[in-house]
Ligand binder design. Structure first.
Ligand SMILES: Nc1ncnc2c1ncn2[C@@H]1O[C@H](COP(=O)(O)OP(=O)(O)O)[C@@H](O)[C@H]1O
Ligand SMILES: [Mg+2]
Length: 209
């Protein structure tokens, strides 16, 4: 049964609080989700996502998006039956915190895999725009209905039986901490496309001057 995000709304500080609060929140999140002690793998996943949800101020450095996408795909290789199309404009270099942006990309890529249980095509592209780079992750999966589109960035909103509902909330926070934006285009039964607009490294150099 899909988890009702309203029940978890008081856990929202998980994505902004200090570490002590995070531990408390983790304990209450575990209780709310109804984990028993035998569910060690699920507990570990929750712990990882909550840790990832504690977003530090990004430490910016120039980062080649092609390298980053290759790295993310090697960490989360495609399941059987999934085709990957990767395209990147040369010179697509962003001003970013490597660990954070890789986490954001991983969240989008794993959601894309989840949306295509019967196989499909994942396209990851990077294009240069004025002052920024657009990284787009597109799947040919199940797409999203209106309720999901309205709630997908709300912490602990998930429609997955074993979902946690932090991936997109964290991704949005990471991108906004970089001064960027996330946009989504999705059609039920056809697929979804998430675009991360992240400031280009050239913009970082300009800001320093
Ligand atoms: N690429 C996608 N295709 C279809 N639905 C998606 C996609 N990405 C996210 N969603 C929807 O948004 C919800 C929240 O995603 P997320 O925050 O990553 O949490 P989780 O993956 O744990 O459910 C998912 O449960 C799913 O319903
Ligand atoms: Mg997810």
């Amino acid at each position: 049964m899909p988890m009702c995000f309203a029940r978890y709304s008081r856990l929202v500080p998980v994505i902004s609080g200090p570490r002590a609060e995070l531990v408390l929140t983790l304990t209450s999140a575990r209780r709310h989700i109804g984990l028993d002690h035998g569910q060690a793998d699920r507990d570990l996943t929750l712990r990882r996502e909550c840790r990832a949800a504690h977003i530090e101020k990004p430490v910016l450095a120039p980062l080649d998006v092609g390298d980053l996408v290759a790295e993310a795909l090697s960490v989360a290789p495609p399941p059987d039956g999934m085709e990957i199309i990767q395209s990147g404009e040369p010179g697509a270099v962003i001003a970013a915190d490597r660990d954070q942006i890789r986490q954001a990309l991983l969240n989008l890529i794993t959601n894309a895999y989840d949306s295509m249980p019967g196989g499909g095509v994942l396209t990851v592209s990077a294009t240069r725009a004025a002052g920024s780079v657009h990284i787009t992750v597109t799947d040919t999966g199940m797409g999203m209905d209106q309720e999901t589109r309205d709630s997908m960035f709300t912490p602990f909103f998930t429609k997955k039986a074993r979902g946690i509902g932090l991936g997109l909330a964290v991704t949005k926070r990471i991108i906004e901490a970089h001064g960027g934006a996330i946009t989504v285009d999705s059609t039920p039964s056809a697929g979804s496309s998430f675009t991360l607009a992240v400031p280009a490294a050239a913009a970082m150099a300009g800001a320093r001057r």
